[in-house]
Design a protein around this ligand. Structure first.
Ligand SMILES: NC(=O)c1ccc[n+]([C@@H]2O[C@H](COP(=O)([O-])OP(=O)(O)OC[C@H]3O[C@@H](n4cnc5c(N)ncnc54)[C@H](O)[C@@H]3O)[C@@H](O)[C@H]2O)c1
Length: 323
């Protein structure tokens, strides 16, 4: 293996898919995860080191052992609703954890990091599609915790010469096309896996939060991006880090929106089951439409999503789910 990348949160959904993509390119992924939400069986493409990103001694021990060329930093808490009721948990794990990670990097002389950011840093967007330079005004503590980390990366880059890349994902979805990995969150709050659970009869129904938005069918519209396409973007972003110190930011989305109803209709067709639907109230802070302008990632990283149809996204998710 030519290079080694330390992957925090590598036992989670997007991190594990990225480890697989790294390994396929001859790059060794070292997974660093405390398994709070991750799955040990998802770590298949490199060594596993159990540890917490808030533990600087353990981080430095692992850095010394593997001497990684760069870090990919997925480890975080990502439940929007919980971030509203328990913000301390989010500022501690996401912000304090990321600061500890950056300090460990400084201590051990590691300069390069790719960070998992989110479209939630934009809040309610003023323009659709959303460009990377859109104003960032997050509307919940989760989004704010991610925005603070972006500010921290920029400041550390200026002061300490860190090379950083922040990838702002829209809705990650789908599963490894080979069926070796999939989306497995507990609790599960994402729409597609919950729709599949309902299709399989493992959930009584699916609740649609609001059907009176100003969209084509009244339900919220989101940009779903296949997890393997996200993983590929991370591999490509490694080259962008070489340009020098600073923070580069890229939106990662398909630049197309699908409504909640579109997802349920597509799942009914692919899974063949009935999916009972209940209409609930709107959720606070849910913008009607979120669609990425991913032009910068396409032009600067030469990134091109491959699994960009809703059919490919739901079909791969369903194949893994059935296993
Ligand atoms: N899933 C999405 O749609 C989405 C969208 C935008 C951004 N993101 C971001 O992408 C990243 C990965 O998301 P995911 O869906 O794969 O989540 P996930 O929960 O599946 O993975 C996160 C991993 O981080 C680990 N972790 C959490 N706190 C840790 C700590 N203190 N120390 C060590 N490990 C820790 C967990 O055990 C888990 O394996 C997160 O940073 C999330 O905020 C996800």
């Amino acid at each position: 293996m030519s290079r080694t990348i330390l992957v925090t949160g590598g036992a989670g959904y997007i991190g594990s898919h990225t480890c697989k993509s790294l390994h396929a390119r001859g790059i060794e992924p070292v997974c660093y995860d405390n398994l709070v939400y991750g799955h040990r069986e998802f770590v298949q493409w490199g060594p596993f080191e159990e540890g917490d990103i808030t533990d600087i001694d353990r981080l430095c021990e692992v850095f010394e052992k593997y001497q990684p060329d760069a870090l990919m930093h997925f480890a975080a808490y990502a439940y929007v609703g919980e971030s509203v009721t328990d913000p301390m948990r989010y500022y501690h794990n996401n912000v304090h954890g990321s600061m500890t990670l950056l300090n460990a990097m400084r201590q051990c002389g590691i300069k390069q990091i790719i960070f998992s950011s989110t479209c939630a840093t934009y809040g309610a967007p003023k323009t659709i599609p959303i460009p990377d330079d859109h104003m960032q005004e997050p509307v919940n503590p989760y989004g704010r915790s991610k925005l603070v980390i972006e500010h921290m990366l920029r400041d550390y880059a200026t002061a300490y010469g860190i090379h950083a890349c922040s990838l702002r994902y829209f809705n990650a979805a789908g599963s490894d096309p080979d069926g070796e990995l999939g989306e497995w969150h507990e609790p599960e709050t994402h729409l597609i896996p919950n729709v599949l659970l309902a299709a399989a009869g493992k959930r009584a129904s699916i609740t649609v939060f609001g059907n009176d938005y100003d969209t084509q069918d009244g339900t919220c519209v989101r940009d779903y991006i296949h997890v393997t396409d996200l993983a590929e973007a991370h591999v490509l972003a490694l080259d962008a880090l070489a340009a020098g110190p600073g923070l580069k930011t890229y939106n990662l989305g398909n630049e197309r929106g699908y409504s909640v109803k579109d997802i349920i209709d597509a799942a009914r067709e692919i899974c063949g089951g009935d999916i009972p639907v209940e209409i609930g109230p709107r959720r606070a802070g849910d913008p009607p439409v979120l669609i990425a302008d991913a032009g910068k990632a396409k032009s600067e990283l030469s990134w091109q999503p491959k699994y960009d149809s809703l059919d490919a996204i739901i079909r791969t998710a369903w194949n893994w789910f059935k296993k």
